[in-house]
Design a protein around this ligand. Structure first.
Ligand code: GLN
Length: 342
């Protein structure tokens, strides 16, 4: 039990408690749909210094269930529209401040991530809320953050279909910047984009093992031998489609300075942004590993020798984080161009 100062919405939240060691980028993290179902603790002790503005949002609003910080600071930035506390209150999301989030991170590192409840309530009420809530691994979140109907964006010649499991705005921006047309389709209806020149499966929340319906669809798409890319949840789903196993990491990778070693294309080690609790074991499949996380050997990138498949477990769009691996988007768009004969 951690006791702190209640901030934000006056209500109880339940979710899987995870931590990020990112130092800046809290507006992007809080609005990343991949965090749906999770309570996010920041080990960086000062959160809120530069307030909140629309251009930092990765979706239409806060997606985490609850926020844990040491100090929720008052903003000082010319673009800031409101403080972290005001934003949480306006978004109906509870927060907990004055918590030793580094001690919380150590606890999660030792015992692994776990479900938690937080809010202005008595311990037994929180315990009850926790008991009543479905477990993170068993709950399906993608439908809550996917588009309901297809959306077309951009006006390039090349068309890329984007299967939306909760895509970050910065991924959409990176693809559009490269002059393509995007057809964003609901995660349950990927076939609406099969006639595009390439297919992209987005990041997203929850346990990838619950997405067998999507992996099955992607397996069929692979038969067309058209370009296919996945980021994070998308990487996991593409790997599942090719027969890979998924396992859960003890406490995940959530940071904006994780190393990724490129073993195949550039031979360099990059500083990258991560937000994943699950990982892929591609042994026994036709997929080849092109990138790993050197600290624990986690598979971070996959490709296929004869099919145009490219994936990353980390977030090359960064946001928040270093822009060192944006070239992965160039690589995919070139692949799509080549296959489309442009
Ligand atoms: N950012 C993501 O796409 C996260 C994928 C998945 N929910 C995981 O935790 O591993």
């Amino acid at each position: 039990m951690f006791i702190g100062r209640h901030i934000g919405a006056e209500r109880v939240a339940v979710g899987e408690v995870v931590f990020t060691t990112a130092v800046v980028g809290y507006p992007q993290a809080l609005t990343d749909p991949s965090y749906k179902g999770q309570i996010l603790a920041f080990t960086m002790p000062l959160i809120g210094n530069y307030g909140v503005s629309e251009d930092q949002m990765e979706s239409d609003g806060i997606k985490v269930e609850g926020v844990v910080v040491f100090e929720a600071t008052e903003p000082s930035h010319y673009k800031s529209a409101m403080s972290l506390e005001e934003w949480l209150a306006a978004s109906n999301v509870p927060g907990l401040a004055r918590v030793d989030t580094r001690a919380l991170a150590q606890l999660l590192r030792e015992h692994g991530v776990m479900m938690g409840a937080m809010g202005p309530a008595k311990p037994h009420e929180l315990a009850k809320a926790l008991r009543r809530s479905p477990k993170y691994e068993e709950a399906s979140y993608v439908d809550l953050v996917s588009v309901k109907e297809p959306v077309e964006l951009g006006d390039g010649k090349l068309c890329i279909g984007l299967v939306d499991c909760g895509v970050k705005r910065s991924i959409v921006r990176e693809l559009l910047k490269r002059g393509v047309r995007l057809r964003i389709v609901p995660c349950r209806r990927p076939e609406l984009a099969y006639d595009c020149d390439g297919l992209f499966v987005s990041n997203g929340p929850g346990n990838p093992k619950l997405l067998t319906f999507l992996a099955e669809e992607i397996r069929q798409y692979v038969e067309y031998r058209k370009p296919l890319m996945g980021i994070c949840l998308g990487h996991q789903v593409v790997a599942m489609a090719m027969g890979a196993e998924i396992y859960k990491l003890k406490f995940g990778h959530r940071a904006s300075n994780k190393p990724v070693r490129d073993l195949a294309f550039t031979g360099k080690t990059y500083i990258t942004t991560h937000n994943h609790g699950y990982a892929v074991d591609p042994r026994g499949t036709e997929l080849k590993v092109w990138a790993i996380q050197p600290d624990d050997g986690t598979v971070e990138g996959l490709y296929h020798e004869s099919l145009p498949i490219l994936t990353t477990q980390w977030h090359p769009e960064a946001s928040p984080g270093a822009n060192d691996t944006k070239w992965v988007f160039d690589k995919f768009v070139k692949l799509v161009e080549r296959h489309a004969g442009h």
